[in-house]
Write a protein that binds this ligand. Structure first.
Ligand code: ZN
Ligand code: FE
Length: 255
């Protein structure tokens, strides 16, 4: 049985995610922007939180950790690279390390770029990838600590997952991401169709995450930097994929 996924809106535009294995009753959480929405989501379902998975050290992803640990006794797993800047770490993780939730085994990918030490959690049996501020719906995180080449390498790892993988990202930024994407590929039919969908979802106050990786590959300009038509549109036909990614990221920073 696949893991059950619950998207938990937090703060103004953050998302945390619960995953639950019905057979064993085990529950894990990805990121802790704030405590009450998460406790409410657990209580509504009668779930007991056992594990907290942290993607990176930014406060909007970890600030609820001390209070949530006090309330639930859950253990905290996060990147070894972030050991000194996470509020608590019971197990330090690096790329390739495995995590078990009930009957399902997931693994860690290093997706540095937004921060150095940003990790993603992939549960291939349930087609889930928790990407926070690396790959986002229609976009990617700003490069606070890594170089464009680092982020391009990280996004390329995620892009290689099966197309039916659900990308569970950290923020509701999709509408503004797609507005920018249209400046890169104004005539991409999949992008135009997604813009219509996302506009309607936001008008109805619905979350636009998680999103399918196949949909990201078809519409997200940061995953499409290697494509000849995107390079041509930017007048960068001879540039490397990472150079084109860097140009798209620089344009988005000014958008
Ligand atoms: Zn962040
Ligand atoms: Fe964030």
């Amino acid at each position: 049985m696949p893991l059950e996924l619950v998207t938990v809106p937090c703060l103004k535009d953050n998302y945390a995610y619960l995953i639950h294995d019905a057979e064993s009753g085990q529950t894990a959480l990805v990121d802790v922007p704030e405590v009450m929405p998460i406790l409410n989501a657990l209580e509504e379902r009668g779930w007991k939180l056992g594990v907290i998975l942290l993607t990176h050290h930014h406060s909007d992803h970890i600030q609820g950790v001390p209070d949530l640990v006090a309330a639930t006794g859950a253990v905290v797993l996060g990147a070894r690279a972030d050991t000194t800047r996470l509020p608590r770490l019971d197990r330090a993780l690096a790329e390739g390390d495995q995590i078990t939730v009930g009957g399902e085994t997931g693994y860690v990918l290093d997706v540095s770029g937004h921060t150095m030490g940003h990790i993603a959690f992939v549960f291939p049996g349930s087609h889930l990838a928790f990407t926070a501020d690396s790959l986002m719906a229609g976009g990617c995180g700003r490069l606070f600590e890594g170089t464009p080449a680092t982020m391009w390498a990280s996004l390329s790892k995620l892009a290689a997952l099966p197309g039916q993988t659900l990308i569970c990202s950290g923020h509701e930024y999709t509408l503004s991401n797609l507005r920018f994407a249209l400046t890169v590929e104004p005539e991409n039919p999949a992008l135009l169709a997604r813009m219509v969908q996302v506009t309607a979802a936001r008008a109805a106050e619905k979350a636009t995450v998680p999103s399918l990786l196949s949909e990201e590959l078809a519409t997200n300009p940061f995953l499409r930097a290697g494509l000849p038509q995107v390079k041509a549109a930017l007048g960068m036909g001879k540039a490397s994929d990472a150079e084109v990614f860097a140009e798209i990221r620089a344009r988005k920073d000014k958008f």
